[in-house]
Design a protein. Sequence first.
Length: 55
Amino acid sequence: MRETESECSFVSLRDVERAMNVLVWFYKHKKVAELLRDQFYKDLEEYEDEDEEEG
């Protein structure tokens, strides 16, 4: 391996494969992620509305 100033100057193929597997997983579960996102924002709106009513 070459001498480098920083470990960030190269990346292993194993790291690339792991990153791709994560991206593929999220792509395959996109519908679930969208539902969770929508539910999160709905809950956040309700929480903020309750907070305004109290204050």
